[in-house]
Design a protein around this ligand. Structure first.
Ligand code: GRF
Length: 210
């Protein structure tokens, strides 16, 4: 299914605030990105992402292995929600769970994640949020950044779609670096989706080049 020159339905998965979902929806509202925000699925019923999405016209769903009885049932529920909204692109906006095989297969090459470092550096299990920035600061690197990648069955592993650098200042601490990296994420994600919709980025080509 080509994604070029059309207005894709975008659905989101988020566990906490969903800051990248918010930035993408804002870009759609501001006419910067031609897409339709549809559903938000969260494994966390009390998440800020669910509250925000409810107030902003998205359909919201709480899906977790606990609420559905098993990982497999949650996987099936996620696919069925994504299909119900004719989802063309799935955005992981701070989703802290691994996707199941049914979802990965049904939306293969159409699931994007954002990671707060320049993958393949500082990725993998346990490398999220402040743990990433702590490791980066400890390393003495002078540059970090943001990566958007296609999702496969390993954490932070699928092919890279876009990256942007973020400089590290000598007086940076985890909080200052987090804030600067997140600001960059919220620019890069809408911009990358815009380039996908315009045909400038071809997800099929990126997936095939693996
Ligand atoms: C982002 O920094 C992103 O790198 C990661 O989730 C973080 C944001 O999540 N994937 P949230 O907005 O706090 O929910």
């Amino acid at each position: 299914m080509p994604l070029v020159s059309f207005c894709p339905n975008v659905s989101f998965l988020a566990s906490h605030n969903g800051s990248n979902m918010r930035a993408i929806v804002a870009a759609i509202r501001n006419g910067i990105l031609n897409a339709v925000p549809r559903a938000l699925i969260s494994n966390n019923a009390g998440s800020g992402a669910i509250a925000w999405a409810q107030n902003n016209g998205l359909s919201t769903y709480h899906v977790s292995a606990t609420s559905k009885g098993s990982e497999m049932a949650a996987d099936t529920a996620i696919v069925s929600i994504l299909r119900r909204y004719n989802t063309d692109i799935v955005v992981l906006a701070g989703y802290m769970r691994k996707l199941g095989p049914e979802t990965l297969q049904a939306f293969s090459g159409r699931i994007l994640n954002i990671h707060p470092a320049l993958l393949p550096k500082y990725g993998g299990k346990g490398m999220y949020g402040r743990f990433v920035h702590q490791s980066v600061l400890k390393s003495g690197d002078t540059q970090t950044g943001v990566t958007i990648h296609l999702v496969d069955d390993e954490y932070d592993h699928g092919p890279v779609v876009a990256q942007a650098p973020v400089g590290i200042y000598p007086d940076d601490v985890v909080e200052t670096l987090t804030a600067r990296v997140q600001a960059k994420e919220q620019e890069l994600f809408p911009e990358t989706l815009r380039r996908i919709v315009s045909g400038e980025i071809d997800l099929d080509k990126i997936a095939a080049a693996r």
